[in-house]
Design a protein. Structure first.
Length: 240
């Protein structure tokens, strides 16, 4: 499970890949979400609350409130990336000062937030509640993170984004849901409250794509390292 700080909690193997990428000067791209809304009891925020579309809050809640957030990333932003493999990290910033009358998630009472694919076109007028690909018991989540106090949270959705890159027609957007994987021990409904598209004071929803080298490139770097080490050993041996 990823934690608050970006890239904290990433596996050692992934960190190693990022290290190789840095040496190879591979590209990193930040892509901002271009549309967002949330549904509360099936009411779409785009029709009832323009805050989400400007610089305020995205809310995610537990059943039976059934509050979900939806984000869309323009397929054109990925059009030049085909044929390459990327690590894709979604980042959102929670700020409880945006809570209004809601009860925000905290470290003491966190909310588990999962990312799901949408099976139909992004619809900020009528909503996409019926289009969330939950799977059985939420098993189709691409990533999940425990959201607590104010801060930046991240989700690794690389497998989904790489599918979008190779098949742009599958990019319908994502749903953020707290419906599965939560235990309400305090008898209350907690919310993750995030800055949304167009945020100017906090972090707007962002995808950070970091190029992952092909396996042959990594092997080449390893081979170069071993050969270089061998040359140094030979040189020392000759001097002795």
């Amino acid at each position: 499970m990823l934690t608050k700080k970006l890239f904290v909690g990433v596996s050692l193997a992934t960190v190693t890949v990022l290290s190789f990428q840095s040496r190879a000067n591979a590209d990193t791209i930040n892509i901002l979400a271009d549309d967002a809304y949330y549904t509360f009891r099936e009411e779409v925020s785009a029709n009832s609350d323009f805050r989400l579309l400007v610089d305020k809050a995205t809310t995610i809640g537990l059943s039976p409130q059934d509050t979900f957030s939806f984000l869309k990333f323009d397929s054109d932003d990925f059009s030049s990336l085909a044929g390459k493999n990327y690590q894709a990290i979604l980042t959102l910033e929670q700020d409880t000062s945006l809570a209004s009358f809601l009860i925000p998630a905290t470290d003491a009472n966190p909310l588990n937030v999962s990312v799901y694919n949408l099976t139909a076109a992004f619809d900020d007028i009528n909503g996409n509640i019926a289009d969330i690909d939950y799977g059985v018991g939420g098993g189709n989540a691409f990533a999940d993170t425990a959201v607590g106090d104010n801060g930046i949270y991240s989700w690794d959705i690389s497998s989904l984004v790489n599918t979008w890159i190779e098949s742009p027609e599958t990019n319908n957007g994502i749903a953020l849901s707290g419906l599965f994987g939560n235990v309400d021990t305090n008898g209350r409904n907690s919310y993750g409250i995030f800055y949304t598209v167009g945020a100017t004071e906090g972090l707007a929803p962002t995808l950070t794509l970091t190029r992952v080298p092909e396996p042959t490139s990594i092997l080449g770097l390893l081979a170069f390292g071993f050969l270089g080490a061998g040359s140094v050993l030979k040189e020392k041996s000759a001097k002795n």
